[in-house]
Design a protein. Sequence first.
Length: 397
Amino acid sequence: MIGVFWATLTAAFGQELSALARLDAAQSSITAGEDGVSVTLAISQPVPWRVRVLDGPPRLVLDVREVDWTGIDTVPARAPQISAVRAGVFRAGWSRLVLDLAMPLVVARSEMQTGSEGAVIRLRLTPADAASFAAEAARPEPPEWATPAARDLPAPVARGDGPVVVVLDPGHGGIDPGAERDGQKEADLMLVFARELKDLLSRDGRFRVVLTRDDDVFVPLEARISIARKAGGQVFLSLHADALAEGEAQGATIYTLSDEASDEASAALAERHDRDDLLAGVDLKDQDDVVASVLMDMARTETAPRVERLATALVASIKAADIRMHRHPHQEAGFSVLKSPDMPSVLVEVGFLSSARDLKRLTDKAWRDRMAEALRQGLVAWADEDAAIRALRENAD
């Protein structure tokens, strides 16, 4: 059955449907029957689409071209086999609907009915045994879908030549807004800050800057790292402004990778970051296991000392700018986004939305400018030191 869905997707890429379709919640439903679950989704116009199941956790994902899912939370869902429904932007131009499955279900039938008043997507899900479900979920993505294309990226430069390629990674986005407080979303705040920091670094002349996202879209962790690699990234900064239930988190914090978190708060953040990536129905634990195993071998040699010097330089420059930092300014955690084996990577908690003071700072343009300048100076100091150490090693050889 899945092969039919791939054919639908492949053909859809050639269609020129750019207008945003809208969900008609009143004409949509998710209902249980004697032999499974029926899903009816009424939308205002036909769009390219595809559907499949994924495991870990079990879920059905429906990807559609530019559909506004507003109102999905009001769609009647009377099916105990479905434990949760959520939707949002998956990647530029594509939306995703995720149905969490309380039991193994496979797609027995799928169709889009079109007419003068729009279109209706109809899915029929039927129970399956664990082995059958696992086999369906394990089907590979088609080549044109597996990884978002890296667009508008600078050509990679040779190590030691030209500007330092800095990859800025605004956390969250799209279906995953991150932390929220008083109408402010972490994803939005970090995108604004990343753009400002990019402009500052670009004007410096010593850096070439790439953003992993430049819009409110969801980018999987694996794609963020892929974008960095395709751009020839030499340093990776993931930008966040999380919220912690502990209530004491305040001030900027630099995180580097460790198998074990340096404290309970770090562990909680690591769990949250990885769990957030499942919100859009993407499971990366298998890839992360592979990357982590490689990292543990390589980081002990060359990368780990470079990461440590990067963190030290950033902490020093932030403190020199008289910017408030966490009482433990440099911490360690098992963030998946830091698991690139050969690219110095840090996660910068620019502030914590759980702190009213930090939120005020994050929404203050003048304060953000100070923070951006501090990060620029830290990167300059690190790049100069890194180049000097590399030159010494080359001369010694």
